[in-house]
Design a protein around this ligand. Sequence first.
Ligand code: KIV
Ligand code: ZN
Length: 511
Amino acid sequence: MTSNADRVMIFDTTLRDGEQSPGCSMTQPEKLRVAKALAELGVDVIEAGFPAASRGDWESVNAVAREVQGPIICGLARCDRDDIAKVASAVAPAANRRIHVFLATSAIHRELKLNMAKDEIIRRAVEGVKIACGYCDDIEFSPEDASRTELEFLAQVVEAVIDAGATTVNIPDTVGYTVPHEFAELFRYLRKNVPNIERARLSVHCHDDLGMAVANSLMAVVAGARQIECTINGIGERAGNCSLEEVVMAMRTRETFFNARTQINSQRLYPVSRLVSSITGMPIPRNKAVVGENAFAHESGIHQHGMLKHASTYEIMRPQDVGLSRSSLVLGKHSGRHALRERIKELGFVLEDAEFERVFNEFKALADKKKELFDGDIEALVLRAEGGDAGPWSLVSLQTTSSVDGGGKATVALQNSDGTRTERSASGDGPVDAAFKAIEEVTGLRPALQKFELRSLSEGEDAQGEAVVYVNYQSRSYRGASVTTDIVESATRAFLEVINRIESSQRAHAA
Ligand code: KIV
Ligand code: ZN
């Protein structure tokens, strides 16, 4: 069926604005994994990072540009020659690339942050866009804090950057301050008062400080925006960004109202949402629209009765439209490759052959310990990072004892990638605390523990337990997670992942 609805581009910034939120930092292999999933999802643009931030950020953007096909690969830069050159070199391997330059325009930012007059802002913005045009044809400009900028001045900036060569002009509600009708008016004002506005694509970028990022983005579309910047699960600075899955499903479910559509493969929404949640450790609230555990659950008798008569009585979207395909089918140690492959496909994940083999081997090992494997178990195996802990340390052995009055004792042996093997014993409040202390003894790193979470991932007494550890080290937050059927082992591996991340990030920043 062909539709006359206008195409709205989806610009995903999970790897840039999303990754900027506290505790959401990702390693390079994790960023690549997310970028590949975003390409499968059908996003038009992936903003892969801010290459000038560090050597590690440049490398991640470059890896995405080299390895991810399909979407336009974009990097962010200040209006600064060096920043722009770094983006240009990082995205160079991509078939389709974009440079995104930004400069704040509001009086608050001009006076209190930049100490620049209006004409200086226009001069710098134009200069930044022109420098970027020297590297590629696809240039986006963002007047940061646009929603708090004087309308007339904003229009002048937009006109000037389009004249300078910007092909997309993005209007950010940087601090999540605007409200839907006011924001639509802003877009209408620009379309009426910027003479060359038709030469650029108008884009919207909203933050969720007042819980209106999705509504504000949709009203911008009503008023003419043809690109939405958003993140998976709405992760991002402070309260987050516009949530991709919500804005996409709103447009899909109400296409005739918006007369606009995206090219997102909505059946990939749930698996990508789970992947990003598992990598960043940002849990998805049960009642989150579209991808929350309760989004398609019906509890009250009246609703259940209606659902039994016809799903449309209480459901405006079908669970399968967002890729949610729960099954009571249980797999076990006699299940073969075919059954596992089918279940993974039904759960919405796409695995390359080598990755499937890893999952299959781990599935067999788990099935030896655990009689029945449910959807939660399969999902955990698929989401687990390939190759386990990315860093110098791996766990060789772990022995713990504990008693109610005597606390806990642990002996931990770790192997370092330089070939050395070290064993240490420690005592603590319990076996987990003792194991963490023994790891600290071996590695010499003593991060401050902020939070420790444990949860069961499936059903039954032998369910897999996920441990998540959050720490602070030298003013940065780190997170590690692990899933096994033994919660002390999960906790120990999660803490070791934290240590590995600290060491990897220290190396990336030192480079
Ligand atoms: O929120 C914001 O203003 C941004 C810009 C860099 C687009 O993230
Ligand atoms: Zn932002």
